[in-house]
Design a protein around this ligand. Structure first.
Ligand SMILES: [Mg+2]
Length: 254
């Protein structure tokens, strides 16, 4: 069994005030953090106020604004344009360091095509299960049929048995098969080594189990990692907090 679950990392107790804008790099998860979760990934809606909030934050932070997501970069660009300066996609497997720059990919293994065929067969056999193909892996979504979650997990875990180069990761009502070697934590670390992020303190906000790596990375770099459910409640709370930040020119109290 190769299933892998990141251990939750507690927020630092009594963490101090956040640094001023001039010393902060803001790195944000997208789905479930900036955007409300939709029944399927392609049904997400960009809230009307979000582009303006991101645009103002990017200016206020001297471009030190990134979105770090599991989605491919192309989807992030289609949904958010150039409002974030940098984009990390595919859980750290791909990074676009600045607008219009080439996408840089971490060299990663490709999954056995037979796994994808088996996943397609599972999706076909169970109405409501959706297969999403990614560059170096795939996701089985079971939001419409949550009772199938454990059985789908077991089927995928069986496929990956004895294959340490790949991990099975829980997402929101979904199981993701992806190569080991890149995650949102490695993406945060890579972005923080590059301009305009380098020299600032990372502030990462995420909502999901795949965000725990980024929360750990942000804290290891002397910054802050915040979980949406605990700190903001939901994406509406995140957007309200970010909007308030643009209005007062500083991070509002948490
Ligand atoms: Mg998320």
């Amino acid at each position: 069994m190769t299933a892998f679950v990141s251990q939750p990392v507690p927020n630092p107790p009594g963490s101090g005030p956040l640094p001023p804008f001039g010393r902060t790099a803001l790195l944000l998860d997208m789905d479930g953090t900036l955007l409300d979760i939709a029944p399927t990934p392609d049904q997400v809606v960009i809230p009307e106020e979000l582009p303006t909030i991101l645009q103002r934050l990017r200016v206020a932070l001297d471009d030190a604004l990134a979105v770090v997501s599991g989605r491919p970069i192309e989807q992030l660009e289609a949904l958010l344009g150039d409002e974030p300066f940098a984009l990390a996609g595919e859980h750290g497997g791909a990074i676009r360091y600045r607008p219009a720059a080439a996408v840089e990919r971490v060299p990663l293994a490709s999954p056995d095509p037979a796994w994808q065929q088996e996943a397609a067969r599972l999706a076909e056999a169970h109405p409501g299960v959706l297969l999403e193909i990614k560059q170096h892996g795939f996701v089985l979504h079971y939001r419409a049929v949550p009772e199938l979650g454990p059985a789908l997990h077991d089927a995928l875990a069986e496929l990956l048995r004895d294959t340490p180069a790949f991990i099975l990761l829980p997402a929101r009502k979904a199981w993701e098969v992806r190569p080991a070697g890149a995650d949102k934590g490695t993406a945060v670390a890579a972005l923080m080594r590059a301009a305009p992020f380098a020299g600032r303190l990372p502030l990462f906000i995420g909502d999901d189990v795949t965000d725990e790596d980024a929360i750990v990375a942000a804290r290891q770099l002397g910054g802050t990692g915040l979980r949406v459910p605990e700190v903001f409640g939901n994406p509406t709370g995140v957007r309200a907090w970010l909007k308030r930040a643009t209005e007062i020119g500083a991070w509002p109290a948490l």
